[in-house]
Design a protein around this ligand. Structure first.
Ligand code: PEP
Ligand code: MN
Length: 362
């Protein structure tokens, strides 16, 4: 991909985007933006003008009128502005109102038709566009959206990691699944990655630790929702923070550097990394051994005509191994994911053994 660095990201780290989930009234938008700007730590203002809502009858945004408020906020504060766009008309109106940065929301990134429509609308402009991860954990869709924009000549791109929808209960509104964002960063090292802790968390309390984790993972920026009166916000009230709380948070983050020219520290790190490499080698060897045993079990089951899946046995393994994992300081979330991955691989190996045996008999 032919991308270009975005000026602001060259000189500031982390870049901070903040403002309300939705522009509700002129007063609420301007006052939030003024107070957010007064923290002295925010670079880009945000507000949702058109709101994609899961259920009908929720507030669906003020529409183009809100763009005027963002323009005023920009004139008053001198900060850049950003809004979400989801179709051709949004792009047309936002560019006309001189919004500096457009972002594509999670519900739009999933739909290649919509992304293509936005890319077509942007063709021939010099727009800066951030792309949020799709709702579902499919980084090909995220990649595809960046590619469609790039093919339309958009070279100043950013990625926003806002977490992924999941089934079942979780402490998060959207599971972070950090590894997926890391994979995107490896694919596109030249494109800045921002974290949106507000939509990952879904509540105020988790915004700070999620942001710190993103900074520790070397993200280039944060997008945090803020509101002058979060409890009475017209959308996402639980996850918005006051400009004061935002300022306090931004004052207290620890900013770490990716590396330092310190020979002693680097030597220490190298030693620990060699240890990790050795443990990884052992783990892979052990996993290989485990799968060979699974194949032997497959042979025995095949001989006796027994099914691969035996839920009692598997439940017993989960219980026993999770408890052991717990004693080693491994979280239950991790243990379940780990065991499920092992189980799937084990079933695949047994399956292969059984089918192979079948073929040989024929
Ligand atoms: C938003 O930023 O307000 C928003 C709708 O986010 P997402 O697309 O991540 O759900
Ligand atoms: Mn929101």
């Amino acid at each position: 991909m032919n991308t270009q660095p975005i000026e602001l990201f060259k000189s500031k780290r982390p870049v901070i985007v903040s403002g309300p989930c939705s522009a509700e009234t002129e007063e609420q938008t301007l006052e939030t933006c003024r107070r957010v700007a007064a923290t002295g730590k925010v670079d880009i203002l945000r507000a949702g003008i058109w709101k994609p809502r899961t259920r009908p009858n929720s507030f669906e945004g003020v529409g183009t009128e809100g763009l005027k408020w963002m323009k005023k906020a920009k004139e008053e504060t001198g900060l850049l502005t950003s809004v979400e766009v989801a179709n051709f008309n949004h792009v047309f109106e936002a560019l006309k109102a001189e919004i500096d940065i457009l972002w594509i929301g999670a519900r739009t990134t999933v739909n290649p038709f919509s992304v293509q429509e936005i890319a077509n609308a942007l063709e021939g402009t010099n727009a800066i566009v951030f792309v949020k991860n799709p709702i579902n954990p499919d980084i090909e869709l995220w990649t595809g959206a960046l590619e469609r924009l790039n093919k339309a000549g958009i070279t100043k791109l950013g990625m926003i990691h806002r977490g992924f929808a999941q089934h079942g209960s979780s402490i998060y509104r959207n599971e972070p699944r950090w590894q997926l964002a890391v994979e995107m960063k490896l694919r596109f090292p030249g494109i800045p990655m921002l974290c949106d802790p507000s939509h990952i968390a879904g509540n105020r309390e988790l915004i700070r630790p999620i942001s710190q984790q993103a900074l520790d993972m070397n993200y280039e920026g944060l997008m945090i929702e803020s509101h002058i009166d979060p409890d009475n916000a017209w959308s996402d009230k639980k996850q918005q923070v006051t400009p004061d709380a935002l300022g306090d948070m931004l004052d207290h983050f620890t900013i770490r550097r990716p590396s330092v020219p310190d020979a002693e520290l680097n030597e220490k790190l190298n030693r620990l990394r060699r240890q990790i490499d050795m443990v990884d080698d052992e783990l892979i060897e052990l996993l290989g051994k485990r799968m060979k045993i699974a194949e032997d079990i497959g042979e025995v089951k095949k001989e006796k005509g027994v099914t691969i899946l035996q839920t009692n046995r598997w439940e017993e393994i989960i219980e026993k191994t999770s408890a052991k994992g717990n004693m080693q300081g491994l979280s239950e979330r991790f243990m379940i994911r780990y065991l499920n991955a092992i189980h799937q691989e084990s079933i695949d190996h047994q399956n292969e053994v059984m089918n192979q045996a079948d073929m040989e008999q024929k």
